[in-house]
Design a protein around this ligand. Structure first.
Ligand SMILES: Cc1cc2nc3c(=O)[nH]c(=O)nc-3n(C[C@H](O)[C@H](O)[C@H](O)COP(=O)(O)OP(=O)(O)OC[C@H]3O[C@@H](n4cnc5c(N)ncnc54)[C@H](O)[C@@H]3O)c2cc1C
Length: 391
Protein backbone atom coordinates (compact mmCIF):
# COMPACT_ATOMS: atom_id res chain seq x y z
CA UNK A 1 0.00 0.00 0.00
CA UNK A 2 1.28 3.46 -0.91
CA UNK A 3 2.40 5.79 1.88
CA UNK A 4 1.21 9.38 1.86
CA UNK A 5 2.52 12.22 4.02
CA UNK A 6 -1.10 13.36 4.34
CA UNK A 7 -4.41 12.59 2.69
CA UNK A 8 -4.90 16.27 1.91
CA UNK A 9 -2.26 18.98 1.49
CA UNK A 10 -3.62 22.52 1.58
CA UNK A 11 -1.36 25.22 0.14
CA UNK A 12 -2.24 28.56 1.75
CA UNK A 13 -3.29 29.11 5.36
CA UNK A 14 -5.33 32.30 4.88
CA UNK A 15 -8.93 32.38 6.12
CA UNK A 16 -10.19 29.93 3.50
CA UNK A 17 -7.34 27.38 3.61
CA UNK A 18 -7.26 27.28 7.41
CA UNK A 19 -11.08 27.03 7.61
CA UNK A 20 -10.98 24.01 5.28
CA UNK A 21 -8.24 22.36 7.35
CA UNK A 22 -10.33 22.83 10.49
CA UNK A 23 -13.53 21.67 8.79
CA UNK A 24 -11.77 18.43 7.85
CA UNK A 25 -11.24 17.60 11.54
CA UNK A 26 -14.72 16.10 11.35
CA UNK A 27 -13.34 13.46 8.94
CA UNK A 28 -10.63 10.81 9.39
CA UNK A 29 -8.45 12.54 6.82
CA UNK A 30 -4.94 13.64 7.76
CA UNK A 31 -4.19 17.21 6.69
CA UNK A 32 -0.98 19.11 6.03
CA UNK A 33 -1.25 22.89 5.77
CA UNK A 34 1.56 24.75 4.02
CA UNK A 35 1.69 28.50 4.58
CA UNK A 36 4.34 30.79 3.10
CA UNK A 37 4.12 33.52 5.76
CA UNK A 38 3.56 32.48 9.36
CA UNK A 39 0.96 34.90 10.74
CA UNK A 40 1.83 37.02 13.76
CA UNK A 41 -0.82 36.98 16.47
CA UNK A 42 0.36 39.75 18.74
CA UNK A 43 -0.97 43.24 18.50
CA UNK A 44 -1.93 46.14 20.70
CA UNK A 45 -5.37 45.46 22.15
CA UNK A 46 -6.57 49.00 21.43
CA UNK A 47 -5.63 48.78 17.73
CA UNK A 48 -7.96 47.66 14.91
CA UNK A 49 -7.11 45.57 11.86
CA UNK A 50 -7.20 47.32 8.48
CA UNK A 51 -9.02 44.38 6.96
CA UNK A 52 -12.65 44.11 8.13
CA UNK A 53 -15.09 41.53 6.78
CA UNK A 54 -18.84 41.28 6.58
CA UNK A 55 -19.43 37.62 7.42
CA UNK A 56 -22.69 36.18 6.10
CA UNK A 57 -24.96 34.06 8.29
CA UNK A 58 -24.05 30.92 6.34
CA UNK A 59 -20.32 31.55 6.88
CA UNK A 60 -20.96 32.31 10.56
CA UNK A 61 -22.76 29.00 10.98
CA UNK A 62 -19.83 27.11 9.45
CA UNK A 63 -17.31 29.01 11.64
CA UNK A 64 -19.35 28.10 14.73
CA UNK A 65 -19.47 24.45 13.72
CA UNK A 66 -15.69 24.22 13.38
CA UNK A 67 -15.21 26.07 16.67
CA UNK A 68 -13.53 29.24 15.34
CA UNK A 69 -16.37 31.66 16.12
CA UNK A 70 -16.34 30.82 19.83
CA UNK A 71 -12.63 31.68 20.02
CA UNK A 72 -13.08 35.26 18.88
CA UNK A 73 -13.41 38.16 21.31
CA UNK A 74 -17.18 38.80 21.36
CA UNK A 75 -16.57 42.47 22.21
CA UNK A 76 -14.93 42.97 18.80
CA UNK A 77 -17.83 41.52 16.78
CA UNK A 78 -20.59 43.76 15.46
CA UNK A 79 -23.97 42.64 14.16
CA UNK A 80 -25.30 44.53 11.13
CA UNK A 81 -29.02 45.03 11.62
CA UNK A 82 -29.76 47.18 8.58
CA UNK A 83 -28.27 48.55 5.40
CA UNK A 84 -28.99 51.80 3.60
CA UNK A 85 -27.92 52.11 -0.02
CA UNK A 86 -27.92 55.43 -1.87
CA UNK A 87 -27.78 56.08 -5.62
CA UNK A 88 -26.21 59.05 -7.35
CA UNK A 89 -29.47 60.98 -7.73
CA UNK A 90 -30.83 62.95 -4.81
CA UNK A 91 -33.26 61.02 -2.61
CA UNK A 92 -32.87 57.55 -4.13
CA UNK A 93 -32.33 54.99 -1.43
CA UNK A 94 -32.81 51.32 -0.79
CA UNK A 95 -33.10 49.96 2.75
CA UNK A 96 -32.70 46.43 3.99
CA UNK A 97 -33.24 45.41 7.55
CA UNK A 98 -32.99 42.23 9.55
CA UNK A 99 -36.53 42.53 10.93
CA UNK A 100 -38.00 42.53 7.42
CA UNK A 101 -36.09 39.34 6.68
CA UNK A 102 -37.21 37.78 9.99
CA UNK A 103 -33.66 37.36 11.31
CA UNK A 104 -31.62 38.88 14.15
CA UNK A 105 -28.89 40.33 11.92
CA UNK A 106 -27.94 40.59 8.25
CA UNK A 107 -24.23 39.88 8.79
CA UNK A 108 -21.44 40.23 11.34
CA UNK A 109 -18.54 42.64 10.99
CA UNK A 110 -15.21 41.34 12.25
CA UNK A 111 -11.46 41.76 11.89
CA UNK A 112 -9.39 39.55 9.59
CA UNK A 113 -6.67 39.00 12.19
CA UNK A 114 -9.13 38.05 14.95
CA UNK A 115 -10.66 35.33 12.77
CA UNK A 116 -7.28 34.20 11.43
CA UNK A 117 -6.01 33.79 14.99
CA UNK A 118 -9.13 31.85 16.04
CA UNK A 119 -8.69 29.48 13.08
CA UNK A 120 -4.98 28.88 13.70
CA UNK A 121 -5.47 28.30 17.43
CA UNK A 122 -8.07 25.68 16.52
CA UNK A 123 -5.69 24.04 14.01
CA UNK A 124 -2.91 23.76 16.55
CA UNK A 125 -5.12 21.64 18.82
CA UNK A 126 -5.93 19.02 16.18
CA UNK A 127 -3.65 15.96 16.07
CA UNK A 128 -4.51 15.01 12.49
CA UNK A 129 -3.55 18.49 11.20
CA UNK A 130 0.10 19.44 10.70
CA UNK A 131 1.23 22.94 9.81
CA UNK A 132 4.40 23.69 7.85
CA UNK A 133 5.15 27.40 8.01
CA UNK A 134 7.01 29.26 6.72
CA UNK A 135 7.25 26.91 3.76
CA UNK A 136 6.67 27.28 0.03
CA UNK A 137 6.29 24.69 -2.70
CA UNK A 138 8.31 24.96 -5.90
CA UNK A 139 7.02 21.97 -7.88
CA UNK A 140 3.74 20.10 -8.22
CA UNK A 141 3.41 16.82 -10.12
CA UNK A 142 0.33 14.61 -10.26
CA UNK A 143 -0.02 10.97 -11.25
CA UNK A 144 -2.66 8.24 -11.08
CA UNK A 145 -2.66 7.83 -7.30
CA UNK A 146 -1.82 11.26 -5.95
CA UNK A 147 0.20 14.47 -6.11
CA UNK A 148 3.79 15.24 -5.13
CA UNK A 149 4.83 18.66 -3.90
CA UNK A 150 8.46 19.67 -3.68
CA UNK A 151 9.22 22.44 -1.21
CA UNK A 152 11.89 25.13 -1.56
CA UNK A 153 14.08 23.30 1.01
CA UNK A 154 14.07 20.16 -1.19
CA UNK A 155 11.57 18.20 0.90
CA UNK A 156 9.02 16.18 -1.11
CA UNK A 157 5.51 15.58 0.17
CA UNK A 158 2.89 13.25 -1.18
CA UNK A 159 -0.89 13.47 -0.82
CA UNK A 160 -4.03 12.04 -2.37
CA UNK A 161 -5.37 15.56 -2.92
CA UNK A 162 -3.77 19.01 -3.10
CA UNK A 163 -5.96 22.05 -2.39
CA UNK A 164 -4.81 25.41 -3.72
CA UNK A 165 -6.03 28.03 -1.22
CA UNK A 166 -3.15 30.36 -1.97
CA UNK A 167 -5.02 33.50 -2.91
CA UNK A 168 -5.68 35.58 -6.00
CA UNK A 169 -2.17 35.08 -7.46
CA UNK A 170 -2.29 31.34 -6.78
CA UNK A 171 0.95 29.42 -7.33
CA UNK A 172 -0.98 26.13 -7.46
CA UNK A 173 -3.18 27.53 -10.24
CA UNK A 174 -0.10 28.56 -12.24
CA UNK A 175 1.30 25.00 -11.89
CA UNK A 176 -1.89 23.69 -13.49
CA UNK A 177 -1.52 26.26 -16.29
CA UNK A 178 -5.07 27.49 -15.65
CA UNK A 179 -5.27 31.04 -16.93
CA UNK A 180 -7.85 33.25 -15.22
CA UNK A 181 -9.80 35.74 -17.27
CA UNK A 182 -8.81 38.89 -15.44
CA UNK A 183 -10.98 41.98 -15.55
CA UNK A 184 -9.17 44.78 -13.77
CA UNK A 185 -11.65 47.41 -12.55
CA UNK A 186 -9.10 50.23 -12.79
CA UNK A 187 -10.19 50.81 -9.21
CA UNK A 188 -8.69 50.45 -5.75
CA UNK A 189 -10.37 49.61 -2.48
CA UNK A 190 -9.19 52.21 0.05
CA UNK A 191 -9.87 50.98 3.58
CA UNK A 192 -9.60 52.79 6.92
CA UNK A 193 -11.23 52.66 10.36
CA UNK A 194 -12.66 55.60 12.27
CA UNK A 195 -14.09 56.50 15.62
CA UNK A 196 -17.51 58.05 15.15
CA UNK A 197 -19.41 60.76 16.96
CA UNK A 198 -22.98 59.44 16.53
CA UNK A 199 -23.94 55.80 17.21
CA UNK A 200 -24.17 53.64 14.08
CA UNK A 201 -26.96 51.48 15.57
CA UNK A 202 -25.66 48.54 13.57
CA UNK A 203 -26.53 50.20 10.25
CA UNK A 204 -24.24 49.85 7.22
CA UNK A 205 -24.26 52.63 4.61
CA UNK A 206 -23.29 52.44 0.98
CA UNK A 207 -23.21 55.19 -1.64
CA UNK A 208 -23.07 54.31 -5.33
CA UNK A 209 -21.50 57.34 -6.98
CA UNK A 210 -20.67 57.86 -10.63
CA UNK A 211 -16.94 57.71 -9.86
CA UNK A 212 -16.84 55.14 -7.07
CA UNK A 213 -18.59 53.25 -4.28
CA UNK A 214 -18.28 54.26 -0.66
CA UNK A 215 -19.21 51.90 2.18
CA UNK A 216 -19.35 52.64 5.90
CA UNK A 217 -19.59 49.44 7.89
CA UNK A 218 -20.45 49.38 11.60
CA UNK A 219 -17.62 48.23 13.85
CA UNK A 220 -17.90 47.21 17.50
CA UNK A 221 -18.26 50.21 19.82
CA UNK A 222 -18.25 53.74 18.45
CA UNK A 223 -16.36 52.83 15.32
CA UNK A 224 -16.85 52.24 11.63
CA UNK A 225 -14.83 50.77 8.80
CA UNK A 226 -14.67 52.45 5.39
CA UNK A 227 -14.19 50.75 2.03
CA UNK A 228 -13.98 53.29 -0.78
CA UNK A 229 -13.73 51.77 -4.25
CA UNK A 230 -12.32 54.55 -6.42
CA UNK A 231 -10.10 55.24 -9.39
CA UNK A 232 -6.35 55.61 -9.20
CA UNK A 233 -6.42 59.42 -9.09
CA UNK A 234 -8.83 59.48 -6.16
CA UNK A 235 -6.86 56.73 -4.41
CA UNK A 236 -3.70 58.86 -4.64
CA UNK A 237 -5.58 61.89 -3.32
CA UNK A 238 -7.14 60.00 -0.41
CA UNK A 239 -3.86 58.36 0.57
CA UNK A 240 -2.02 61.71 0.50
CA UNK A 241 -4.45 63.46 2.88
CA UNK A 242 -3.47 64.16 6.49
CA UNK A 243 -5.60 62.20 9.04
CA UNK A 244 -7.65 65.35 9.80
CA UNK A 245 -8.28 66.16 6.14
CA UNK A 246 -9.15 62.53 5.35
CA UNK A 247 -11.76 62.60 8.13
CA UNK A 248 -13.26 65.84 6.79
CA UNK A 249 -13.35 64.41 3.28
CA UNK A 250 -15.03 61.16 4.38
CA UNK A 251 -17.53 63.01 6.59
CA UNK A 252 -18.53 65.20 3.62
CA UNK A 253 -18.80 62.21 1.23
CA UNK A 254 -21.24 60.48 3.60
CA UNK A 255 -23.31 63.57 4.43
CA UNK A 256 -22.03 63.56 8.04
CA UNK A 257 -24.42 60.73 8.90
CA UNK A 258 -22.24 59.58 11.79
CA UNK A 259 -21.10 63.07 12.85
CA UNK A 260 -17.40 63.87 13.16
CA UNK A 261 -14.80 61.16 12.53
CA UNK A 262 -11.40 60.38 13.98
CA UNK A 263 -8.98 58.13 12.13
CA UNK A 264 -7.95 55.05 14.18
CA UNK A 265 -6.35 52.86 11.48
CA UNK A 266 -4.18 54.31 8.72
CA UNK A 267 -5.66 53.96 5.22
CA UNK A 268 -4.48 51.17 2.91
CA UNK A 269 -5.30 50.58 -0.77
CA UNK A 270 -5.87 47.31 -2.64
CA UNK A 271 -6.19 46.95 -6.43
CA UNK A 272 -9.59 45.51 -7.43
CA UNK A 273 -10.10 42.93 -10.13
CA UNK A 274 -12.39 40.13 -11.12
CA UNK A 275 -10.74 36.72 -11.68
CA UNK A 276 -12.89 34.29 -13.55
CA UNK A 277 -11.59 30.75 -14.07
CA UNK A 278 -12.63 28.40 -16.88
CA UNK A 279 -11.93 25.43 -14.54
CA UNK A 280 -11.08 25.04 -10.87
CA UNK A 281 -10.23 21.34 -10.63
CA UNK A 282 -7.84 18.84 -12.19
CA UNK A 283 -7.18 15.24 -11.28
CA UNK A 284 -5.86 15.31 -7.65
CA UNK A 285 -5.99 19.12 -7.38
CA UNK A 286 -8.71 21.62 -6.50
CA UNK A 287 -8.66 25.42 -6.16
CA UNK A 288 -10.73 27.25 -3.54
CA UNK A 289 -11.19 30.79 -2.23
CA UNK A 290 -9.51 33.67 -4.05
CA UNK A 291 -7.36 31.14 -5.94
CA UNK A 292 -10.58 30.06 -7.68
CA UNK A 293 -12.45 33.39 -7.94
CA UNK A 294 -12.32 37.04 -6.95
CA UNK A 295 -15.18 39.55 -6.92
CA UNK A 296 -15.54 43.30 -6.53
CA UNK A 297 -15.80 44.07 -2.79
CA UNK A 298 -19.00 46.14 -3.21
CA UNK A 299 -21.13 43.32 -1.77
CA UNK A 300 -18.50 42.24 0.80
CA UNK A 301 -18.79 38.65 -0.40
CA UNK A 302 -15.22 37.61 -1.35
CA UNK A 303 -14.38 35.59 1.71
CA UNK A 304 -17.97 34.33 2.01
CA UNK A 305 -17.66 32.77 -1.45
CA UNK A 306 -14.47 31.08 -0.23
CA UNK A 307 -16.25 29.81 2.89
CA UNK A 308 -18.98 28.48 0.59
CA UNK A 309 -16.25 26.45 -1.15
CA UNK A 310 -15.13 25.14 2.24
CA UNK A 311 -18.64 24.04 3.22
CA UNK A 312 -19.21 22.23 -0.07
CA UNK A 313 -15.78 20.60 -0.38
CA UNK A 314 -15.66 19.47 3.26
CA UNK A 315 -19.12 17.89 2.92
CA UNK A 316 -18.09 16.05 -0.24
CA UNK A 317 -14.80 14.77 1.22
CA UNK A 318 -16.58 13.66 4.39
CA UNK A 319 -18.83 11.39 2.38
CA UNK A 320 -16.16 9.93 0.10
CA UNK A 321 -13.96 6.87 0.68
CA UNK A 322 -10.44 8.12 1.34
CA UNK A 323 -8.98 6.41 -1.76
CA UNK A 324 -11.25 8.44 -4.01
CA UNK A 325 -10.82 11.96 -2.62
CA UNK A 326 -8.54 13.05 -5.48
CA UNK A 327 -10.66 11.56 -8.29
CA UNK A 328 -11.32 13.94 -11.11
CA UNK A 329 -14.99 13.01 -11.45
CA UNK A 330 -15.58 13.67 -7.76
CA UNK A 331 -13.79 17.01 -7.97
CA UNK A 332 -15.84 17.91 -11.04
CA UNK A 333 -18.95 17.32 -8.94
CA UNK A 334 -17.60 19.82 -6.44
CA UNK A 335 -16.82 22.30 -9.24
CA UNK A 336 -20.33 22.05 -10.66
CA UNK A 337 -21.91 22.48 -7.23
CA UNK A 338 -20.10 25.82 -6.74
CA UNK A 339 -20.46 27.19 -10.24
CA UNK A 340 -23.86 28.84 -9.91
CA UNK A 341 -23.14 30.59 -6.60
CA UNK A 342 -19.80 31.90 -7.85
CA UNK A 343 -21.01 33.03 -11.28
CA UNK A 344 -24.09 34.70 -9.81
CA UNK A 345 -22.08 36.68 -7.26
CA UNK A 346 -19.44 37.64 -9.82
CA UNK A 347 -22.15 38.67 -12.29
CA UNK A 348 -24.15 40.76 -9.82
CA UNK A 349 -21.10 42.60 -8.46
CA UNK A 350 -19.65 43.14 -11.91
CA UNK A 351 -22.97 44.36 -13.30
CA UNK A 352 -23.54 46.83 -10.46
CA UNK A 353 -20.00 48.15 -10.71
CA UNK A 354 -20.40 48.73 -14.46
CA UNK A 355 -23.89 50.19 -14.09
CA UNK A 356 -22.73 52.87 -11.67
CA UNK A 357 -19.27 53.47 -13.04
CA UNK A 358 -20.81 55.02 -16.14
CA UNK A 359 -21.56 58.62 -17.08
CA UNK A 360 -24.38 57.86 -19.57
CA UNK A 361 -27.34 60.03 -18.37
CA UNK A 362 -29.88 57.41 -19.47
CA UNK A 363 -28.17 54.77 -17.35
CA UNK A 364 -28.03 57.21 -14.47
CA UNK A 365 -31.83 57.56 -14.54
CA UNK A 366 -32.34 53.83 -14.93
CA UNK A 367 -30.06 52.79 -12.07
CA UNK A 368 -31.63 55.25 -9.64
CA UNK A 369 -35.14 54.25 -10.74
CA UNK A 370 -34.08 50.63 -10.15
CA UNK A 371 -32.94 51.37 -6.59
CA UNK A 372 -36.14 53.26 -5.77
CA UNK A 373 -38.36 50.60 -7.35
CA UNK A 374 -36.61 47.75 -5.53
CA UNK A 375 -37.21 49.58 -2.27
CA UNK A 376 -40.97 49.41 -2.93
CA UNK A 377 -40.94 45.64 -3.44
CA UNK A 378 -40.68 43.86 -0.08
CA UNK A 379 -40.68 40.35 -1.64
CA UNK A 380 -37.74 41.23 -3.93
CA UNK A 381 -35.88 42.76 -1.00
CA UNK A 382 -36.45 39.60 1.04
CA UNK A 383 -35.04 37.51 -1.84
CA UNK A 384 -31.96 39.73 -2.12
CA UNK A 385 -31.35 39.64 1.64
CA UNK A 386 -31.72 35.85 1.73
CA UNK A 387 -29.30 35.46 -1.16
CA UNK A 388 -26.64 37.67 0.47
CA UNK A 389 -27.11 36.08 3.92
CA UNK A 390 -26.84 32.54 2.62
CA UNK A 391 -24.00 33.25 0.20
C1 LIG B 1 -10.50 46.14 -0.24
C2 LIG B 1 -11.08 44.78 -0.03
C3 LIG B 1 -12.12 44.60 0.85
C4 LIG B 1 -12.69 43.35 1.03
N1 LIG B 1 -13.75 43.24 1.86
C5 LIG B 1 -14.35 42.03 2.00
C6 LIG B 1 -15.51 41.86 2.86
O1 LIG B 1 -16.03 42.78 3.51
N2 LIG B 1 -16.06 40.62 2.94
C7 LIG B 1 -15.55 39.57 2.24
O2 LIG B 1 -16.13 38.47 2.32
N3 LIG B 1 -14.45 39.68 1.46
C8 LIG B 1 -13.83 40.88 1.32
N4 LIG B 1 -12.73 40.98 0.51
C9 LIG B 1 -12.17 39.78 -0.15
C10 LIG B 1 -11.30 38.93 0.80
O3 LIG B 1 -10.21 39.68 1.28
C11 LIG B 1 -10.77 37.68 0.09
O4 LIG B 1 -11.81 37.07 -0.60
C12 LIG B 1 -10.19 36.68 1.11
O5 LIG B 1 -9.12 37.22 1.82
C13 LIG B 1 -9.69 35.42 0.37
O6 LIG B 1 -9.15 34.50 1.30
P1 LIG B 1 -8.19 33.33 0.79
O7 LIG B 1 -7.83 32.57 2.03
O8 LIG B 1 -8.80 32.62 -0.35
O9 LIG B 1 -6.90 34.07 0.18
P2 LIG B 1 -5.81 34.95 0.92
O10 LIG B 1 -6.38 35.73 2.03
O11 LIG B 1 -5.08 35.69 -0.16
O12 LIG B 1 -4.83 33.86 1.58
C14 LIG B 1 -3.92 33.11 0.80
C15 LIG B 1 -2.84 32.56 1.73
O13 LIG B 1 -1.95 31.75 0.97
C16 LIG B 1 -0.60 32.05 1.29
N5 LIG B 1 0.20 31.75 0.11
C17 LIG B 1 0.17 32.40 -1.08
N6 LIG B 1 1.00 31.79 -1.94
C18 LIG B 1 1.56 30.75 -1.27
C19 LIG B 1 2.52 29.78 -1.63
N7 LIG B 1 3.06 29.73 -2.86
N8 LIG B 1 2.90 28.88 -0.69
C20 LIG B 1 2.36 28.89 0.56
N9 LIG B 1 1.45 29.81 0.95
C21 LIG B 1 1.07 30.72 0.04
C22 LIG B 1 -0.63 33.52 1.65
O14 LIG B 1 0.46 33.87 2.49
C23 LIG B 1 -1.98 33.64 2.37
O15 LIG B 1 -1.87 33.38 3.74
C24 LIG B 1 -12.15 42.23 0.32
C25 LIG B 1 -11.07 42.39 -0.54
C26 LIG B 1 -10.55 43.65 -0.75
C27 LIG B 1 -9.41 43.81 -1.72
Amino acid sequence: MENFDADVIIVGGGLVGSALALALKETNLSVLLIEGRRPVFEWQQDSWDQRIYAISRASGKMLKRIGAWQRMDADRLQATSAMEIFGDAHGTALQFNALEAGVDELAFMLENRELQKALWCGLQEEKQIRILSPASPVRLVTDQTGATLTLADGQTLRARLVVGADGANSWVRSQLAIEPQVMPYQQFGVVANFEIEKPHLGVAHQWFMSDGILAWLPLAGHRMSMVWSCNDKERAELMALSPEKLCEYVVAAGGARLGALQLITAPAAFPLRLNHLPETVRDKVVLIGDAAHTVHPLAGQGVNLGFGDVIELAALLTNTPVKQIGDYLLLRRYERSRREAVYTMQGVCHGLQKLFNNSNPLLKNLRNLGLGATNQLPWLKRQLIRHAMDA
